[in-house]
Design a protein around this ligand. Structure first.
Ligand SMILES: *Cc1c(COP(=O)(O)O)cnc(C)c1O
Length: 360
């Protein structure tokens, strides 16, 4: 393999497109004649303004973001959004959350510190291995929003059909599926995600928010926690995560060149099928999620015997595959196969697991 790189199945920070890393390398010492590296540049410079403007425009093109939505680049990762969302969106102090795994659970815990949280559906009864039926939820009229985590990174479940919010604003954490497939932005009030799963370097969240949800009556809220602050200042109220925005911008261009999100989805479906087909015929390994709610991005799987799982992890590591240990709450193994994981990597991993199975 070029550069002697490993196939990295980390859930995040995660593998990046090599083409993007090469471009970053080539621009490291002197970004396009500026005489400096992007990490050395003033965020108020013309050259940096162009980087952030292009990044936003390319993201708008990719997702088809309507003009009445703002794109915000905010530090603090996805975790800060667990707090910012209720702080900014709870007008009536009430929100509906759907509990589908570790990340929605964390969001629920934070929202409870701000207002009333109604968990209208949960898959906790089966350790978050499916998406509950949300076609006819009990949603109080004065609910401010309905919240989902659209792809549960740890439990490996994904929403193939959005919940019926009965006209209420939908808020979605897309961290681990951002840009993995087309997205109809107008179905949502807010879409957000930490970028280190499927896009770029850690420490940045992208928030796509419908303009009418940005309030100017929240003057008691610390200024950095108001969406308005970020919206009014082009995501540069203070120094933004310049470097992460720069690299994300490169990934947006890479995805556009690839053919956009329709093409990316085709590649992701094809790639995930290699792995799920293997799991479905294996006598040793099995996926933990019901087939209809399986994630294209994060695939938890087990042998059923924790000692054997540990053996598999050691075996794959020795063969050059990294970060396959499952999250402690699920156990077993997890292969994260984000946009940047090539199909060859998945095929190679499946071959390795087949070999293990044959030997055991
Ligand atoms: C990783 C992750 C988060 C937390 O992201 P940070 O940037 O580390 O705060 C939140 N939600 C989902 C779905 C994630 O995968």
């Amino acid at each position: 393999m070029k550069y002697n790189r490993t196939y990295n199945f980390s859930a995040g920070p995660a593998t990046m497109p090599e083409e993007v890393l090469e471009e970053v390398r080539d621009e490291m010492m002197n970004y396009r004649g500026s005489g400096m590296c992007v990490m050395e540049m003033s965020h108020r410079s013309k050259v940096y303004q162009q980087i952030i403007d292009e990044a936003e425009q390319d993201l708008r093109d990719l997702m088809g973001i309507p003009d009445n939505y703002k794109v915000l680049f905010i530090q603090g990762g996805a975790t800060l959004q667990f707090s910012m969302i209720p702080m900014n969106l709870m007008k009536n102090g009430k929100a509906v959350y759907i509990e589908t795994g570790a990340w929605s659970k964390k969001a629920i815990a934070e929202a409870k510190k701000v207002g009333e949280v109604i968990v209208a559906a949960s898959s906790k009864d089966k350790n978050y291995t499916y998406i509950p039926d949300c076609s006819d939820l009990d949603i109080p009229e004065d609910t401010d929003y309905v919240y989902i985590c659209e792809n549960e990174t740890i439990h490996g479940v994904t929403w193939n059909k959005l919940p019926n919010t009965k006209g209420h604003v939908l808020v979605s954490d897309q961290s681990s599926m951002f840009l993995s497939k087309p997205c109809n932005v107008s179905d949502y009030g807010v879409i957000y995600g930490g970028v280190q799963k499927n896009i770029g370097p850690a420490g940045l969240a992208i928030v796509i928010i419908r303009e009418d949800l940005i309030r100017d009556d929240l003057t008691d809220l610390p200024i950095y926690l108001q969406y308005k602050t970020h919206a009014d200042n082009g995501s540069m109220y203070n120094t933004p995560n310049c470097w992460a925005i720069y690299v994300c911008g490169k990934v947006f261009k890479y995805l556009k060149k690839l053919g956009g999100l329709e093409e990316m989805e085709k590649i992701n479906i094809d790639k995930a099928k290699v792995f799920y087909d293997f799991l479905d015929q294996s006598k040793l390994f099995k996926g933990t999620v019901v087939p209809e709610d399986r994630s294209l991005m994060n695939i938890p799987f087990v042998t059923g015997d924790p000692d054997l799982d540990a053996e598999v992890i050691a075996y794959t590591k020795k063969a050059g595959f990294e970060n396959l240990k499952g999250h402690k709450s699920v156990g077993g193994l997890r292969a994260s196969i984000y946009n940047a994981m090539p199909k060859d990597g998945v095929i190679a991993l499946v071959d390795c697991l087949k070999k293990f199975e044959a030997e055991h």
